[in-house]
Design a protein around this ligand. Sequence first.
Ligand SMILES: NC(=O)c1ccc[n+]([C@@H]2O[C@H](COP(=O)([O-])OP(=O)(O)OC[C@H]3O[C@@H](n4cnc5c(N)ncnc54)[C@H](O)[C@@H]3O)[C@@H](O)[C@H]2O)c1
Length: 441
Amino acid sequence: MDRYQSFARSGFGRFVVGKLGLPDPYPLRRHSPGQPPLTGPVLIGGAGRLAEPVAAAVKSMGLEVAPGHADASPGERYGALVFDASGIDSVERLRELHGFFQPVIRSLVPCGRVVVLGTPPDQAGSQIAQRALEGFTRSVGKELKRGGTAQLVYVAPGGEDAVESTVRFLLSGRSAYVSGQVVRIGPADVPVPEDWNRPLAGKVALVTGASRGIGAAISDVLGRDGAHVVCLDVPAQGDELSAVANRVGGSALQLDITRPDAPARIVEHLGRRHGGVDVVVHNAGITRDRTLGRMDADRWDAVVAVNLASQERVNEALLAADALRDGGRIIGVSSIAGIAGNVGQTNYATTKAGVIGMVDSLSRRVEGRATVNAVAPGFIETRMTAAVPLFIREAGRRMNSMSQGGLPVDVAETIAWFAHPASAGVNGNVVRVCGQSLLGA
Ligand SMILES: NC(=O)c1ccc[n+]([C@@H]2O[C@H](COP(=O)([O-])OP(=O)(O)OC[C@H]3O[C@@H](n4cnc5c(N)ncnc54)[C@H](O)[C@@H]3O)[C@@H](O)[C@H]2O)c1
């Protein structure tokens, strides 16, 4: 908890926050092994083609499916409200959203979940009605208090059997700091994991910038999920890198990814030691902030080299050498700065928007044999954000529906969902991990 959050949770703080209408950062319920994913039953409504596969996924998670509204006991509280809107084929039928959610939205437990399921507008009977679901879901996200989240999932026809990994992610504390997002799932052959707790057993993952911050958290979570993690960082970070690699039972690769021979060395290392790679997470990134008029070319070049150019070269080398195994995952780390833009970050935002371009182009190229997605973190509590001046830092922390910064583990859990073998239908997505930031919404 940050200092303001501790104050806001104290007796006196609650009083002041309530009276003055100040931000009220609710402690988020995050994934904890052995704990149930949600603290209440899941109410499922709507009559499209997705209610049934989603109900099956909810049951397979060990969660209870609540009886419909009409049979609910008085005072019933819900862990999640899930509405299948995929069959809504006219503007008039949008009224069904109101009919389902209005009576129960205030019965959601703290850190509860709202998920709306739809058909991608360009494949739907009514493009207008399906597109309208976005405005509804994002507004619900902003209205939910006490750590609740709301997302829209568009499932393409034929993708009905590919939803479980996404349902598991969204209906749990793994998505604690993800809200107001639109996820797309396409048709895919999805393997049924032997063990949902160790979905990456036998897989090899490369994580760049792994020695600290978000990269260390990604290594921890992928290691927890069973992967052998090859942790990469610059030689100057060697000691911290070894500590992370040892902690996750992986291995360390000291390398500056901007070196001209870096792509070849990565391909060689992965080929020789592991016979290829399954998951590649391009997390290494730097900032060199200045407003454009004061930005020298060195600052521009350094940021482009680390955050974008090296990633493109590594991807091309991996694909050319056929080192990314079938079912492979390439995962980028963008930023809300790449979506909304940010003062002093023309260089950084250029690269982070470029990461989204990389997802768009590469996801189409590898479709059917691999996936390419990215996270776009908002304000995450790391050394990078600790270095931001106090006033800007405090504004960044509070300007989102959760009124708090996220943790590195929130980014890492989202990446683990992309990396999951059962997420084969999740391709070409950019999902923000930003507590539904006001920026670029
Ligand atoms: N912290 C945030 O709020 C935030 C928000 C949005 C996006 N991001 C992105 O998340 C990623 C991780 O950020 P963080 O906050 O953990 O930063 P960090 O500075 O703590 O970690 C970045 C890591 O990348 C490594 N690295 C830098 N240049 C490298 C190179 N040439 N070769 C190999 N490794 C290199 C660094 O040594 C460091 O270990 C970055 O891409 C960043 O842009 C962070």
